[in-house]
Structure formats: C-alpha cells, structure tokens
Design a protein around this ligand. Structure first.
Ligand code: TXA
Ligand code: MG
Length: 344
C-alpha cells in the first residue's frame, strides 16, 4: 500500500469511488458542509474501518447519507410530520434528522441506539456518488477524532493519508461547518448541534423555535462526539475574546512569555500569538500574526476550519479568536470556537 490515497474527481472519479465503496473500502467524499469519511452503511466490516481510522469510540453513531429524501422510509421506522417538513424544506442540504431507525439499520451504524441520523447532502459530487453507488453511505467528518474537520481534499490527504483508499475531490466545501442535527424521533423537536441550517430557518418551517440542547459532555461520557465540550480543536490553544479586549490580551500573553520562561510552550520554543477576527484590527503588537479576516456569518463559517489549520501551519501557539455575531450561521461558528477553546 502506498502512503497516499487515490485522489479522483469528475464522472470517472465518481465511478472509481462507488466501486471502492462496493468492495468495502473507505472513500472520502465532498459534501457542502465538510468532507466525510464514507463507507457502505450496510457493510459492518467497512463501517468498523471508519471507527479504526478515526480513532473514534464505536458506540458513537454515524450519519447515513442518502441520494434522495424518497428513500428515507427504508431507513426510518416512522417519519413524523416535522421530519417530513424539514426534509422537504432543507434536503438536499446541511441538515441531519435523527429518526427512529428501521429494523434493517445495523447497530454498527447507530452505536446500538434506536435512532439513526439521516442526511441528503447538498453537494453535486456527493449526490452523484450516492446515485451511482445506489445505497446509503455512513460518514463522519474525515478527520481524526477531536480534530478540525476537513473542508478540502488536501485537508483529508494531510490528515488521513493512505488510511483512506480514495478521496473524491469536489473542491472547497461551500458551507464549511457541519450539518445542523435535529432530533425528530420524539414528540419534542430538539436541535442537538448547530450547523449549516440556522435555528431561525428551522423556526420558519416548523412555525415555532425548537429548543436547542447542546450537550457539553466531558470526554469518556457516552455521548455523541461532536457534542463533547472539547472538540474541533487545532494544535494551537484557542482563546476567545472580544475585539475590545484583543490588544490587551495579546500584549499580556507576549509580555508574560518574555518574563516567565517556564510558562512558554513545553518544547521550549517561543510563544507565537495569532488573531482570527471577523474584521481587520488596529493596534495589535507587531509580533502578532493576524490571519485574514473571516467576515461575519456564512463567510466566517466558510473560512473557519481552513484558518484553524493555517494557524497550525504557521506555528501559532496561542490563537485569539473574536467570534462573529451569534445570529444565523454565526451561532454555529461560536459553538465550534467555544468547543475548540474548551480543548485547552
Ligand atoms: O455535516 C456533517 O454532518 C458531516 C458530513 C460529512 O455529513 N458529518 C459529520 O459527522 O459531522 P460526525 O460523525 O463527525 O458528526 C455527527 C454527529 C456526531 O456527534 C454523532 O455522534 C451524532 O452526530 N449522531 C449521529 N447519529 C446519531 C444518533 N442516532 N443519535 C445521536 N447522535 C447522533
Ligand atoms: Mg466530526
């Protein structure tokens, strides 16, 4: 086996990727949110390989990606009015629905739960792969457990190397943060993860604002991994601050570093302070690396993971992040920044 995966694209690439799925191999696929690490959802051995490669606990369930909402009934034991309304409104798109699973859906996908996460992705390459493969593709984000999700094929290759057989390159992900997860398996509709569909947009369709219940569990507790308090983390320490505080915080970090050698990063190298903000800033100390401003809302979401990776490439040890305004997609970005910051 070589140490890099086969990177393919276009119609021939899609055929190669579908063939790889059929023989039980892993395929990284582009979606409009982030790249997924896909396997044939009906093949327990192939799905087991996802968990091995990600280093993810096997009781953590996977999302099954479908070509079309019309096959939802093959995976769900029941489709509520709300589930149908949300699927009609947002599929294909960045929304995952948790529904009671059909008897045929294996424990290897659901981690033994009685629900399954379903999503019709809104990326043309993903949809064409699903159509050609003609089955469900189980896929978590194509990163190692706890790390930053990939938003380009190059990110996947850098993270997973030959642990994935085929990477279908569909360019940079349009949305850039993961799907919104909505639990429609009980009477009450509950948002479990903020993401590519805003709560405001869900409310417009449902006619009421659903409760947002974002569990923040400690590592080791048996919950869904994207819901761990510490997740989505780059190597750099992420520190949230406001634009009013940022200059003072940067100055403090740098001066502390000059005075207290022992507090410097443990490998003895100097502290490198970076800043990620919606807009450009004035008055930062010259040593601070200012990443290209991310903009607000959808723009920040689109840029977020690439910027976190860039911070690591630049050797930034402390990344000061000014979040976007917390409305619409800004709320999902703030959520990811808070979880990255919690990773310490
Ligand atoms: O945008 C996305 O959702 C991407 C792309 C590839 O589709 N996928 C993704 O998957 O982010 P993953 O596994 O990294 O995050 C999905 C989250 C996890 O926290 C998982 O545990 C949770 O959804 N999840 C999936 N099925 C579930 C279920 N039946 N019950 C509770 N949580 C579930
Ligand atoms: Mg993930």
């Amino acid at each position: 086996m070589t140490d890099s995966p086969q990177v393919v694209s276009g119609p021939e690439g899609i055929v190669i990727a579908a063939d790889a799925l059929r023989v039980g191999q892993l395929v990284a696929l582009p979606t409009e949110t982030v790249y997924g690490l896909g396997a044939d959802a009906s093949n327990p051995d192939a799905v087991a390989e996802i968990f091995r490669v990600k280093g993810r606990p096997t009781n953590h369930p996977l999302i099954v990606h479908l070509a079309d909402a019309s096959v939802m009934g093959e995976w769900a034991a029941e489709v509520s009015t709300e589930a149908q309304a949300l699927a009609d409104a947002f599929w294909p798109g960045p929304l995952t629905l948790l529904v009671r699973r059909a008897a045929s859906v294996g424990d290897w996908v659901t981690g033994g739960r009685d629900t399954v996460g379903l999503r019709v992705p809104g990326d043309e390459n993903a949809l064409e792969l699903l159509r050609v493969f003609a089955g469900g593709i189980a896929a978590p984000s194509a990163n190692r457990f706890g790390k930053v999700s990939p938003t380009s094929a190059a990110h996947v290759v850098a993270d997973l190397g030959s642990d994935v057989a085929v990477v279908l390159d569909g360019g940079v992900c349009a949305v850039g943060v993961e799907s919104t997860i909505v639990d429609v398996s009980n009477e009450e509709v509950v948002v479990l993860r903020l993401g590519g569909v805003s709560v405001e947009a869900l409310a417009d369709v449902l006619g009421f604002r659903p409760r947002v219940e974002q569990a923040r569990a400690a590592v080791g507790e048996a919950v869904a991994p994207g819901m761990l308090a510490a997740h989505y983390a780059p190597a750099a320490k992420v520190i949230l601050c406001s634009s009013d505080e940022v200059v003072a915080v940067a100055v403090e970090l740098l001066s502390h570093d000059a005075e207290v050698e022992a507090d410097a990063p443990s490998d003895g190298s100097a502290r490198v302070v970076g800043v990620l903000a919606p807009h450009s800033l004035e008055g930062l100390p010259f040593e601070v690396i200012e990443l290209e401003p991310a903009g607000e809302g959808v723009d920040y979401a689109h840029a977020l993971y690439a910027r976190l990776r860039q911070a690591d490439r630049l050797g930034i040890t402390d990344l000061l992040c000014i979040p976007p305004l917390p409305a619409g997609m800004g709320a999902a970005v703030l959520d990811r920044l808070e979880r990255a910051a919690a990773a310490g």
